[in-house]
Design a binder for this molecule. Structure first.
Ligand code: FES
Length: 159
């Protein structure tokens, strides 16, 4: 065996090791990135309340959470909720997912109903199913104001 062949196989081995190292490094970055994007189940399950920020900023278009036509849909863990402003400083929050097949409902302020576009389901201002196929009311959430900050929670004493 001559020294040219030994050098050549050492070079191949070193190249292979470098390639495997770079591949593992890139894989680690991707794994960390996807872990960051997908919250763990326990974090989602432990979500008891969410802050929507200052109530006075809810109509500010630059705000993260902002009302549009007196309503807003926002995430609450893996759920989607709908908040509606029914009067000055009066809000209601319900699950935004229709109890029929899970479509997202919208607030029709002029009729004072939540309407589901999928199959025409209707819910009154208290979330009660009043027309169409939905079999049950929209689950209601609580709005808690503390020093001007608005929180939404499943139970009043969670905040
Ligand atoms: S999903 Fe809402 S009425 Fe069917």
């Amino acid at each position: 065996m001559d020294s040219g062949n030994i050098d050549s196989s050492k070079r191949s081995l070193i190249n292979w090791l470098l390639g495997a190292g770079v591949f593992a490094w890139i894989g680690g970055i991707f794994a960390a990135f996807f872990q960051y994007l997908k919250p763990s189940q326990s974090n989602v399950a432990n979500l008891n309340y969410i802050s929507l920020g200052l109530e006075s900023k809810l109509e500010d278009p630059k705000n993260k959470f902002k009302l549009k036509n007196n309503q807003m849909i926002f995430p609450f863990g893996e759920k989607k909720l709908i908040l509606v402003k029914i009067d000055i400083n009066k809000y209601k929050v319900f699950s935004a997912q229709c109890t029929h097949a899970g479509c997202i409902v919208e607030w029709k302020a002029n009729e004072k109903i939540f309407f589901c576009n999928c199959h025409g389901g209707k819910f009154d201002i208290n979330g009660k199913n009043i027309a169409g196929p939905p079999p049950s009311p929209l689950p209601e959430y609580k709005v808690v104001l503390k020093k001007g900050e608005m929180f939404v929670t499943e139970r009043q004493n969670e905040v």
